[in-house]
Design a protein around this ligand. Structure first.
Ligand SMILES: Cc1cc2nc3c(=O)[nH]c(=O)nc-3n(C[C@H](O)[C@H](O)[C@H](O)COP(=O)(O)O)c2cc1C
Length: 387
């Protein structure tokens, strides 16, 4: 058993154990990958204060996200094709999140369906919605999430159209993979992945195949997705979705203060400051840089979460100290899943919990709810002065 000390250890194993096309799908950003890179390097620019002779006993990371109890302010982000990183990946990740006491968010583009994940978990999870042109399908999808007792709808706003990731085109990304000679050669070195995948029936987009007329297999799915994501999404449609859902709504993919104000006016329960992990608008600001101006624009009336670039508990601490109420991890838990399945996701969460706990203590804090700007050192002009 390898000794896992950090998310990078899991990332190395993920790369070794998962087919190249799925590892690359995870570990890439759009176009030049500038925003993908800066999501992590900008976290490094913020420093943590170190305080001494402060009682460090009785620490707690427990808090709330949208009024729901969480063991630490870290949710699992919605990640498409999670069930291709490891067989039954969404079920495994949801179980690990449930055992840990943090929210799991199921992507619309998951392999395991809403019903499948609900059947294998005991606590409610969150469902992430992509808005589609097919209103009939959209309505049924929302109803299915209601029936599964999902406790929040996370509506993603930054993927009406797709940013290009070069590697996905070069690798011929598909689910399940098409067996070209290059793919077969790669799979020969990833046999555990293959054996597990042969043992599951979950190898297609579970929320779509069989639920949309005319989509019976994935060969037509790429075409369908490109046609179906709604490029005409606007705030009025978001309001309609909110009405239809009737429960807590989180709007994901906000990067601009003006949009944050619009989201606040719609009356959502929280926003996620996010650039989709650098997978959409290349050249956009990193999330951690975008956070402060957004917090100022919404003025404390709206719960603000953040994702993109979090690879450690120190990063979580920096986001919380900057003013986010909660965070999400995408690649950090996928590395765990690809490395070691459900146990790997649990390990990723434990790595982050420990880093967060110890780093928080060194800033002189014992309760995550009391952490504020005094815990960090932010370089002058960090948010940038843009014209
Ligand atoms: C492989 C992959 C697939 C993703 N699929 C989705 C998705 O289906 N829906 C969604 O809202 N966001 C999706 N995202 C974005 C994540 O929810 C999240 O915003 C991002 O991963 C955060 O950045 P991080 O990976 O640096 O933590 C995906 C991200 C990755 C890496």
């Amino acid at each position: 058993m390898p000794v896992i000390t950090c998310i990078d250890d899991l990332k190395r194993l993920h790369k070794r154990r998962t087919p190249k096309m799925f590892y690359d799908y995870c570990e890439s950003g759009s176009w030049t990958e500038q925003t993908f890179r800066e999501n992590t390097t900008d976290f490094d620019r913020i420093r943590l204060r170190q305080r001494v002779a402060v009682n460090m006993e009785g620490r707690t990371l427990a808090t709330k996200m949208i009024g729901q109890d969480v063991a630490m302010p870290v949710a699992l982000a919605p990640v498409g094709l999670t069930g291709m990183q490891r067989a039954d990946g969404e079920i495994k990740a949801a179980k690990a999140a449930e055992a840990f006491g943090v929210p799991f968010t199921l992507s619309t583009m998951s392999i395991c369906s809403i019903e499948d994940v609900a059947e294998h978990t005991t606590k409610p999870f969150w469902f992430q919605l992509y808005t589609m042109k097919d209103q009939d399908y959209l309505g049924r999808l929302i109803q299915r999430a209601k029936d599964a007792k999902c406790s929040a709808l996370v509506v993603t706003l930054d993927l009406q159209i797709l940013g290009q990731r070069h590697k996905d085109l070069k690798n011929g990304l598909s689910a399940p993979p098409k067996l070209t000679p290059a793919v077969i050669a790669d799979l020969m070195t990833k046999w555990t992945w293959g054996i597990e995948m042969l043992q599951t029936r979950r190898r297609q987009f579970g929320n779509i195949v069989g639920h949309v007329q005319g989509v019976k297999d994935t060969s037509r799915l790429g075409e369908w997705t490109a046609q179906q994501f709604d490029p005409a999404l606007d705030w009025k449609k978001i309001e309609e979705i909110k009405e239809q859902w009737g429960g807590p709504v989180i709007l994901k993919g906000i990067l601009d203060p003006e949009d944050a104000v619009m989201a606040k006016n719609v009356g959502c329960d929280a926003i996620v400051v996010s650039n989709h992990g650098g997978r959409q608008q290349d050249g956009a600001l990193s999330s951690i840089r975008a956070l402060d101006p957004i917090l100022q624009a919404v003025g404390g009336d709206l719960e603000v979460h953040l994702d993109s670039g979090i690879r450690s508990g120190q990063d979580v601490l920096k986001a919380i100290a900057m003013g986010a109420k909660g965070t999400y991890i995408g690649r950090a838990f996928i590395h765990g899943l690809g490395a070691m399945g459900q146990e790997g996701v649990a390990t990723a969460l434990e790595v982050i919990r420990k880093e967060l706990d110890i780093s928080m203590a060194f800033t002189g804090n014992r309760d995550i709810n009391a952490v504020d700007r005094s815990a960090i050192l932010v370089p002058e002009g960090f948010a940038g002065r843009w014209e």
